[in-house]
Every structure is written in structure tokens, then in C-alpha cells.
Design a protein around this ligand. Structure first.
Ligand code: AFP
Length: 314
């Protein structure tokens, strides 16, 4: 817990990690990723929304924001000195940053999730999954940490190293200070976020969504995974689904970059995350860019999804 006499708003990210006895190299890695957000923010706020392949007035190749964010975070990971392998949602393959991974960490990340909504000024985020050692194709249960940075009206950071989920806000010095500690999610949702085209819903998903509405859930969906999951954690209630669809059996979201880190955070907050048949964190990845259906949030609503899907044998 924070030292007596210190208001939580004075507890910065590094001190919070230290007080929890987190490995010093992991503290360094998490703080380096946090630091990269200072540059990503600048790119979002000032960067031209041009797409990759165009050029700016100096004739320099224009970088799409997600490519720019990827470069910023990847560079920071490389210079951290504690990273073995890196896998970015923007890259074609895993990047080896050290021949010998002993004692190092490996990182899978989505540098700017929601890049298709940044042009309409909606909230986007960076999502990070951290494993010990070289292997990035382990079940998500093996993560040693997960975090995201949400670039909204305020910039906030959420992390867990397996001992609760904690929220930080960026202050005027661009430092992260503690806002919420040991966040917990209630068992039952009052909000729901349904991804995917409605006309492609299967009979089980149709029944599931109908039941959520009968239970009084209000629809809230931003098109950004990070703000939509952040809503579940901060409101302490909600269920997000991007399900299997007709013709799209694996839904849309990616296991390594989006589902594993968010599932780690939500389970640490007392919620659940399932692919419709079992915990996302227990899935053994078969390919590095594997997608999976997702039901994530209040545990009773995740259990209800699995029950209905099982009843329809979908
Ligand atoms: P982009 O990164 O291409 O904008 O996709 C965002 C996302 O992966 C995730 O953040 C959203 O929850 C989901 O896609 C939204 O998908 P739809 O646009 O199909 O609703």
C-alpha cells in the first residue's frame, strides 16, 4: 500500500511499482512504455492525418499515425535494454532485439488501436502484453504484466503485474500519478458494447444480446477497444463482445495484441474474458496473428454467453 501520509495523487507510476516489489527490469520496461506515450500524444495532436505513402511539405514520407506510434514505441523498447522479442500489430513479423533472452522480457503490442477512428477525434489507445523470456506465443495466462494507455480527453494508463489493476492519469508535467487502485468489476453488467454487423449475428448471439437488453443493459459502443474496456473498468460494470459472426468464425480482434492483455487486466479486476467456450487466457496461440471471438467484462454475463453458445452448439 502507499506510504502513510502520502496522498495517492502524489504516487507516480515508478513508485507504485516499487512499492509492490515488482522486478526492477519490469519497472524500467513499464515506465519506458509509459514515457513513449509523451511522443505518441504529440503525434496524435499535431500529426497530419495523412496516410502512409504521402509526403509532408518538406518532401518527407508521411507516416500514418499508427505507423508513427509503432516506430516510437518500438524504438523505446529497443533502447530499454530489457527486451528480447517484440511483436507489433503493425509489423509483419516478430522482431528479435537480443540473441539471448535470459532475464529479458518480450512484448506484443498494438501501438495505436482504433486508428480508423482517430480522424474523427474519438479516443484511441496503445495496448501492451508482456511475457518473461523469448516466447510470445504462450497462453495469455503466462503474461507477467499488461497495460494500456488511453489517449482521450485525458491521457490515462492502466496496468497490472498480477496484483490488482491500477489507473494513473497524466499530469501537467506529463507524469503518471495514481488515480484508482485495485479496481474491481461488479458481477452483473448494466452496459453492453456489441461489435460486429448485426445482420451477421448468429442465433446464439441474437438471443444473448436480447437477454442483455431484457436485463436492462444500455448499449455503449465507441469503436475503440481501449475506451470501451476502460469504461468497463472505470464504471465497474459492462460487457464487451466482438463475437463469432456468420462467415467470420473468429470475430475480428487479435489474441496477442488486444485480447490477451485486456483479458489479463479484466480478470485481475474480478471480471472474465472468454472466446465463447472458455477463458481467453487459456487459449494456446496457433498463429502469431490469431483472431478470436471475445466476451469480456462482468463475469455473470460472460458465463451467460458461454451457456447460450453451448446450448446452440455454436
Ligand atoms: P482499428 O484499429 O482498425 O480502428 O480497429 C479497432 C478495433 O480493432 C477495436 O479497437 C474495436 O473494438 C474494433 O476494431 C471495432 O471494430 P468495428 O469497426 O468493426 O466496430
Amino acid at each position: 500500500m502507499s506510504e502513510r501520509g502520502t496522498t495517492k495523487f502524489q504516487i507516480n507510476l515508478r513508485r507504485h511499482l516499487r512499492e509492490r516489489g515488482v522486478d526492477p527490469d519490469l519497472i524500467h520496461l513499464i515506465c519506458e512504455i509509459a514515457k513513449s506515450s509523451n511522443y505518441v500524444i504529440n503525434a496524435i495532436r499535431t500529426g497530419d492525418l495523412g496516410v502512409a505513402g504521402t509526403s509532408n511539405l518538406y518532401g518527407e514520407k508521411q507516416l500514418a499515425l499508427d505507423v508513427l506510434a509503432d516506430r516510437i514505441v518500438t524504438k523505446r523498447l529497443k533502447h530499454s535494454g530489457v527486451v528480447g522479442n517484440v511483436f507489433s500489430e503493425e509489423a509483419d513479423d516478430i522482431i528479435c532485439m537480443s540473441e539471448n533472452c535470459d532475464g529479458l522480457y518480450s512484448v506484443a503490442f498494438d501501438p495505436l488501436d482504433g486508428s480508423s477512428i482517430v480522424d474523427v477525434n474519438l479516443a484511441v489507445g496503445t495496448i501492451v502484453s508482456i511475457f518473461k523470456g523469448c516466447n510470445l506465443l504462450q497462453p495469455g495466462r503466462k503474461q507477467v504484466a499488461a497495460m494500456y494507455i488511453l489517449y482521450g480527453p485525458r491521457t490515462t494508463l492502466m496496468y497490472s503485474t498480477g496484483e490488482g489493476v491500477h489507473e494513473f492519469g497524466m499530469n501537467q508535467l506529463m507524469e503518471y500519478t495514481l488515480i484508482n487502485e485495485n479496481i474491481q468489476i461488479k458481477p452483473k453488467a448494466t452496459l453492453y458494447s456489441p461489435g460486429g454487423l448485426r445482420n451477421l449475428f448468429t442465433p446464439a448471439i441474437e438471443e444473448y444480446v436480447r437477454q442483455l437488453e431484457l436485463d436492462g443493459c444500455k448499449l455503449r459502443y465507441s469503436g475503440g477497444f481501449v475506451p470501451d474496456i476502460n469504461q468497463v473498468l472505470i464504471k465497474g460494470t459492462g460487457i464487451f463482445l466482438y463475437p463469432h459472426l456468420q462467415g467470420q468464425p473468429n470475430g475480428k480482434l487479435r489474441l496477442s495484441f488486444e485480447l490477451n492483455p485486456m483479458a489479463f487486466l479484466v480478470e485481475q479486476a474480478g471480471g472474465a474474458a472468454s472466446d465463447g467456450h472458455g477463458p481467453i487466457l487459456d487459449r494456446i496461440p496457433e498463429t502469431k496473428d490469431e483472431r478470436a471471438p471475445i466476451f469480456i467484462g462482468c463475469r455473470e454475463d460472460v458465463a451467460m454467453a458461454e451457456e447460450i453458445i453451448g446450448r446452440y452448439s455454436e
